[in-house]
Structures are given as C-alpha cells and as structure tokens.
Design a protein around this ligand. Structure first.
Ligand SMILES: Cc1ncc(COP(=O)(O)O)c(C=O)c1O
Length: 380
C-alpha cells in the first residue's frame, strides 16, 4: 500500500523517525563537517555541509515529493535558486523569455546581472501562448513563467507553454511561489523545473528566507546539485528546518488562505472606491478558466485598484490595522503593500512598470470577518 496524499507527504516525505533516538522530527544538524572513519570513510554519506546536510536533505526530499519531481534542491533564498538555475542552463549568447510582469527581483536578475554576463532576455506577456511562440529565437534555451504573476495575478496556461517550449527544444521553468504545490503542480503539467521562494507559502510564517528548485529529470538534478555545491548559496540547517516545519501544514493553511481571499475579493468588489479587483477566483478574471483547470483553488494573493489613483492606494496601505504594511507574502499574517513603490520599484520606467493605483494583499489566515472589516474601514 502506498500513502501518497499531499498532506501525508508533507508530514512524512524525507522525514523518517531518527533511527537511533526515535525523534519524530528531523533534527537541526547544525554542523559544517562530519567525522570520517579513516580517509574517505563517510558514516552517513556526508562530508561537508555545503555539499549536503541531513536537515537540508529532508527538506529537499519533501519538496521533491510535494511537486512530484525527481529531485529537490534547497537554497538560501528564492533568488539564489533562480541564479543557480539560470547559470546552470543559460550562458553567453543564450536567450530566455520571461513574463511581461515578472516578479521584480527576477526582472532585476536578468536586466542587471545575467545581461552583463551575455544572456539575452525578453519580457513577453504570456497570457497568450502564441505571443510566447512568436518570441522564440534559435538561441532560446528557456521559457520562464510565473502563474499567478506577482502582482497582477495573470494566469498562464502551463500545459500550452510546456508544449511550445518543448517544440523549440527549450527548458520550461515555472515559478510556483504564488500557488504553492498544494494548489498547482507544474511538473505534472509538463514543466521541467519548478522554482520556489520558500520564504512564502512553504515556510508560511514569515520567519525564514529560502528558495528551492524541483526538477523532473534526474540528470538535470545532478547538474544543478553540482552548481549548488560549486556556487554555494545553500539553505542553512536551521532555515531548512523552518521551511520543512512550515511545509507540514501547507495544505490546511492554503485552504484557509483561499477561503479568506475569496471573502475579501467579494467585499472589495462591491466597494465604490475600488475600480478593479484582480483575483483569479472571480469569474470575470480573464484567466479564471485556465486557473480553474490547473489550480486546486485560487490562492491567497489578491490585488485591487483604487478609483482615486495612487494617493488613495497609499492611504489604504497606511490605514489598515490587521493587514500589516510590509513586503513579502504567504505568511499566516495578512500583509498589504504598494507594489509600485515597494516590491516592484525596480521596474519603474521599464515595460514591466506596475500601476500606481494598485494595492497588493497577501491574505492571511486570521478571522475572515476581521480582515474584511479592517479593509472596509481603511477604505472609508
Ligand atoms: C514570485 C517570486 N519569485 C521569487 C521570489 C524571490 O524569493 P526570495 O525573496 O526568497 O529571494 C519572490 C519574492 O518575493 C517572488 O515573489
């Protein structure tokens, strides 16, 4: 008999009880090195913690199971995971397609770091898969997507883009940070690599910065593990442990994030000061049908625009009491932010610039009544 339900894997995959002590929780192996029984006589296969560490390994195995992948790799941050991936699969002369509204940090990695290193890139709106196909060049080595996107919550069709990437012999990468593996499993829909900022829903408690890659192909997993060790931006043992502890409750937390976000979306829809509510769960969202097909539910992220422009958006951000004004997302506590001046400030003046009247919410798992009341009071 196999026990492979999502919540069971989240609690048990990679997390056998300790054989010596019976400890049910994987310990924090806060060690840099390991004693050897004679030269090369490794007791548990470990020699140095940049290369491998038992706590990090438990997290990596758990993430691989949650994403139905062949191998997981844990990093010091989502950006470290992205950088390691891109410098493994792309080099000078290569070309990568990214979303027209990519996460600001991803955009900055391409525009300020990889471009100088000779990697060409192009930001293409990906809600129309044919626009992505048209942007492919002979030197395109990867198509990078995010869905839902940050902060505009655009939805891209994972299966369609996987087909387009593979027709062109390119790797298809999905940043699954916003959905989490509980809501969406890109590898099962044809993606080659899943990227996570484990800082967000996987960690879930705003107490750790981390990143991960999960791949379908073990050979690519080996190449990435080589670069992970060579470049060295690994998750430390305590950070890996926090992310692993967060992952255990991902399913129940996501159910509540989604339920609260749906309630908030409904409440904002009827507010006269709000010109648009952007949430993939709403039937009028242009990506609703695709989201309903590829996601279990519609997530805890929601953006909205203010009829009275940027000043009104800034005012709401500064007036909420339960929603904390702050960057990041995916934690149990609700957060509010102004993307144009905060998380996406680096996109100013670029084609990826976000509107000033936009407010982004990371809807937490507090009482839904309190969250709605807080927003309505801030909007008055
Ligand atoms: C969609 C997305 N990808 C990647 C990252 C980068 O992750 P980190 O902040 O852990 O480096 C973020 C951070 O906000 C994000 O929102």
């Amino acid at each position: 008999m196999t026990f492979d339900g999502f919540e069971t894997l989240a609690i048990h995959a990679g997390q056998e009880a300790d054989t010596e002590t019976g400890a049910v929780v994987v310990p924090i192996y806060q060690t840099s090195t390991y004693a050897q029984d004679g030269v090369g006589g490794l007791r548990g296969g470990y020699e140095y913690s940049r290369t491998a560490n038992p706590t990090r390994k438990a997290l990596e195995e758990c993430l691989a199971a949650l994403e139905s992948g062949a191998r997981g790799l844990a990093f010091a941050s989502g950006m470290a995971a992205e950088d390691t991936l891109l410098r493994t699969v792309a080099g000078p002369g290569d070309h990568v397609i990214i979303p027209g509204d990519a996460y600001g940090g991803t955009f900055r990695l391409f525009s300020k770091v990889l471009e100088r290193w000779g990697v060409a890139w192009e930001a293409v709106p990906q809600t129309d898969p044919e626009a992505v196909r048209a942007a492919i060049r002979p030197e395109t080595v990867a198509i990078w997507t995010e869905t839902p996107t940050n902060p505009l919550l655009n939805i891209t069709d994972i299966e369609a883009l996987a087909g387009i990437a593979h027709d062109a012999g390119a790797l298809f990468v999905v940043d699954n940070t916003f959905a989490s593996p509980y809501l969406q499993r890109p590898l099962a829909l044809g993606a080659d690599v899943v990227v996570h900022s484990t800082t967000k829903y996987l960690g879930g408690h705003s107490d750790v910065v981390g990143g991960a890659l999960v791949v379908a192909d073990p050979e690519l997993g080996e190449r990435l593990a080589f670069h992970q060790n060579t470049m060295g931006a690994v998750a430390g043992p305590f950070d890996a442990w926090l992310a692993l502890r967060g992952a255990k409750t991902l399913g129940v937390r996501m159910d509540r994030h989604c339920a609260n976000a749906e309630r908030v979306a409904e409440a904002l829809l009827h507010h006269p000061g709000v010109s648009e509510v952007i949430y993939p769960g709403l039937a009028e969202h242009p990506g609703h049908k695709v989201a309903a097909r590829q996601m279990r539910a519609f997530g805890g992220m929601l953006s909205f625009r203010l009829r009275d422009g940027e000043k009104a958006a800034l005012r709401v951000c500064e007036r909420t009491q339960v929603f904390t004004l702050g960057e990041s997302l995916g934690g149990v506590e609700s957060l509010i932010e102004h993307p144009a001046r905060m998380t996406h400030a680096s996109t100013a003046g670029s084609p990826l610039e976000v509107p000033g009247d936009l407010v982004r919410l990371s809807v937490g798992i507090e009482s839904g009544d309190d969250l709605v009341a807080d927003l309505l009071a801030a909007l008055d």
